[in-house]
Design a protein around this ligand. Structure first.
Ligand SMILES: Cc1cc2nc3c(=O)[nH]c(=O)nc-3n(C[C@H](O)[C@H](O)[C@H](O)COP(=O)(O)OP(=O)(O)OC[C@H]3O[C@@H](n4cnc5c(N)ncnc54)[C@H](O)[C@@H]3O)c2cc1C
Length: 395
């Protein structure tokens, strides 16, 4: 296994993104309270990120992408999230879905997807698991679970998709969506679910609601309706009824990237707290010279370092360890999301009343954003349950 040193290329990427991040923060401060949630996405910066190669960094080089490692993607996402979590998730969802398509799509689907995806610097992607009746169910498998969204095969081989998905990141803006649906109700979800390539201009697709939310306000999350959407046979991704298995490798990777996202935003809150406590004078000296403040800052630093070590270790292992244990990535997400909320709470505390003032310090936004990762990419308890289940069954 490679060691955990960052290569010169990844270091250079980190410096580039770190220099860009303040522009993301400024754009988010300006856009996140726009009344219409669809007007909050910083599209010009999405296009600029595309030109810098970030939107396509996960696609293999032979398909026109950057062919980056999972570790490089984690570094990219941490730095973007230090600027604005919403933007980081726009990019990360796109990185996740492009890898699923690169690995699972047949020739026709891949050519169709790549032509449009590479040609449009604002083309972002979405993945649809969650439904009103099924959230954690897809993560904690139980024998009776089937997606309510269904696709049945017609005699001519086309599939007809029906159902509702909710909370979908990039849902209202995506150029392409990967949708998981029950295709064999006689089987449990693991062997009765298929994945499909869907586009918003297909008849029967509609955006029902763009959710209002307290976090990640610069990305839209939407409830999507599929009503008799006809999907040509080439839109099936991977084998019929084995959509779960096919996407598993990418989902393992994206669990680690989710950890990197929340880590990046928490690091930004920590840096704001360092700056604030160095300048704010109370009790006759800067806050950072008071013992209780120093202890708190020390703990914040230590927890972020511990979480990052786990994220990087999981990022390398998920790609290179043939015996990769999902518990490692799940632990990275579980620990990073908990640490992130604690660090942000401390940052808010160290800012005093300023920590509560919108647009004054920025730490309140970090706290709101990090709260979203207690659920996003799998609820915390679900992650812990999954780890416990795998431990009980021998990993
Ligand atoms: C900002 C954001 C972005 C998202 N983006 C996407 C996306 O792009 N695509 C997508 O498909 N989904 C997305 N989601 C949905 C996300 O994956 C779900 O919110 C998550 O899986 C939890 O599902 P749920 O919200 O239905 O909660 P529930 O499943 O109802 O869970 C509620 C609580 O019950 C607990 N619980 C659930 N099941 C069990 C069980 N079997 N045993 C014990 N405890 C249990 C959970 O741990 C949690 O604490 C997003 C969510 C958020 C907040």
């Amino acid at each position: 296994m490679p060691d955990l040193e960052l290569s010169p290329e990844i270091r250079a990427l980190r410096e580039d993104v770190r220099a860009f991040a303040p522009r993301l923060r400024a754009a988010a401060a300006q856009l996140e309270w726009e009344r219409d949630p669809r007007r909050r996405v910083p599209w010009d910066l999405v296009a600029e990120g595309s030109r810098r190669g970030w939107r396509t960094l996960g696609l293999p080089a032979e398909h026109g992408g950057g062919g980056a490692t999972v570790l490089a993607l984690c570094v990219l996402i941490e730095e973007l999230a230090a600027g604005d979590m919403g933007y980081a998730v726009i990019v990360d969802q796109t990185l996740k879905v492009q890898r699923i398509l690169a690995r699972l799509a047949g020739e026709q689907a891949r050519a169709h997807f790549l032509g449009r995806f590479l040609g449009d610097e604002r083309c972002v992607l979405a993945i649809c698991f969650t439904e009103p009746d099924h959230g954690s169910d897809y993560l904690i498998p139980h024998p009776d679970f089937r997606f309510t969204t269904t696709a049945h095969r017609r005699e001519d081989g086309a599939w007809v998709l029906n159902g509702t998905k909710r909370f979908i990141s990039n849902g209202a803006d995506a150029g392409f969506l990967v949708v998981f649906a029950c295709t064999d109700p006689s089987q449990p979800a693991s062997t009765g679910t298929s994945a499909f390539l869907v586009e918003p201009d297909l008849p029967g697709f509609s955006v029902e609601v763009v959710h209002e939310k307290i976090a990640q306000r610069t990305i839209n999350n939407a409830r999507l309706r599929f009503e008799n959407v006809v999907l040509e046979p080439w839109r099936l991704l991977g084998e019929a009824h084995r959509g779960y298995t096919g996407a598993r490798d990418v989902l393992r990777e994206s669990t680690v990237e989710a950890a990197a996202t929340t880590l990046g935003t928490a690091r930004a809150a920590y840096e704001m707290a360092l700056d604030h406590t160095a300048h704010r004078v109370q009790g006759g000296r800067p806050l950072a010279e008071h013992g209780n403040v120093r202890v708190r800052l020390g703990r914040m630093h230590a927890e972020l370092e511990a979480a990052r070590s786990l994220v990087w270790r999981a990022a390398v292992a998920v790609e290179h360890d043939p015996d990769y244990d999902f518990r490692l990535g799940a632990a990275a997400k579980l620990v990073a999301a908990d640490v992130a909320v604690r660090v942000c709470e401390s940052a808010v505390e160290l800012h005093g009343g300023l920590g509560i003032m919108i647009e004054e310090a920025g730490v309140e936004k970090c706290l709101r954003d990090c709260l979203s990762f207690l659920h996003s990419d799998g609820a915390q308890d679900s992650m812990a349950l999954r780890i416990a289940d795998l431990t009980a069954t021998g990993g």
